[in-house]
Design a protein around this ligand. Structure first.
Ligand code: SF4
Length: 248
């Protein structure tokens, strides 16, 4: 390996979210070099800002769910009995994790394609025109919405795809000989978990602005939290996986 090659981290692209514009390792990634993506914004600042107060998001979600009579933990208990992959003929598509992430994908897509965002932006413009809101306030709200939507859209399909990958890897015993930090299902679960948590933070950002959408956003957050808990029950050691570059 020459000096030039040593700058690159082998296999880093196998355990990332492929969001190169938001990645701090572009200079050390062969895939990025090949794809020659440029003009990046500061990824560390972006993710640090988004991941702040995840605990607060969870507390808010549980309080809201309780207020709406949704017992997240009970729903998970019901599904937990079904998280075993021991039945050889069980279709991965029928696994609760696959079904819930699939449901999130479709319901999230429906939400994004609805008129909710445009309706809200039109209302902001109306308030500015009537002098009920400062232009700067409307711009700040729009910037927050744009940022949240960027994250939600990026991970909308990714969460389901990576969750299916986890189930697929778990269905074989190939990885049992590997240490936890190298098992493929741990790596897939880790990036799936990151995607779920970032999406939850982004939905919370939208919720902070679009308070009238509390019910619809809550149901999406519940799906993500159920997915997160199922994933943890299924792959409890996911956090031990060491992603080249990101976790070193
Ligand atoms: S490691 Fe970073 S730069 Fe490389 S493919 Fe993944 S997101 Fe893109």
């Amino acid at each position: 390996m020459d000096d030039d090659d040593s700058a690159f981290i082998p296999g880093i692209h196998n355990w990332c979210d492929r969001w190169c514009e938001r990645c701090a390792f572009t200079a050390r990634c062969r895939v990025f070099e090949r794809e020659q993506i440029r003009d990046l914004k500061s990824p560390e600042d972006f993710w640090n800002a988004l991941s702040e107060n995840f605990k607060e998001t969870l507390e808010m979600l549980h309080a809201m769910a309780e207020e709406h009579g949704i017992d997240i933990d009970h729903i998970i208990e019901d599904s937990k009995n079904d998280t075993s992959l021991e039945e050889e003929d069980k279709m991965l598509d029928e696994h609760p994790l696959s079904m819930i992430t699939d449901q999130y994908l479709f319901e999230g897509k429906d939400w994004l394609e609805s008129s909710k965002i445009n309706g809200y932006l039109e209302e902001l413009a109306r308030q500015v025109n009537l002098g009920l809101m400062q232009v700067s306030e409307a711009q700040a709200q729009k910037a927050k919405i744009d940022e949240a939507l960027e994250v939600i859209k990026w991970y909308l399909f990714f969460i389901h795809v990576k969750s299916k990958r986890v189930l697929n890897d778990l269905s074989g015993d190939f990885w049992e000989e590997y240490p936890e930090e190298e098992k493929s299902y741990n790596g897939s679960a880790k990036i799936a978990m990151i995607s779920m948590e970032r999406s939850m933070q982004a939905w919370k950002m939208l919720l902070d602005v679009m308070e009238d959408e509390q019910d619809s956003i809550l149901s999406l957050l519940v799906l993500l939290e159920k997915s997160r808990k199922l994933l943890t029950a299924l792959v409890p050691k996911y956090d031990q996986f060491i992603r080249p570059g990101f976790d070193e």
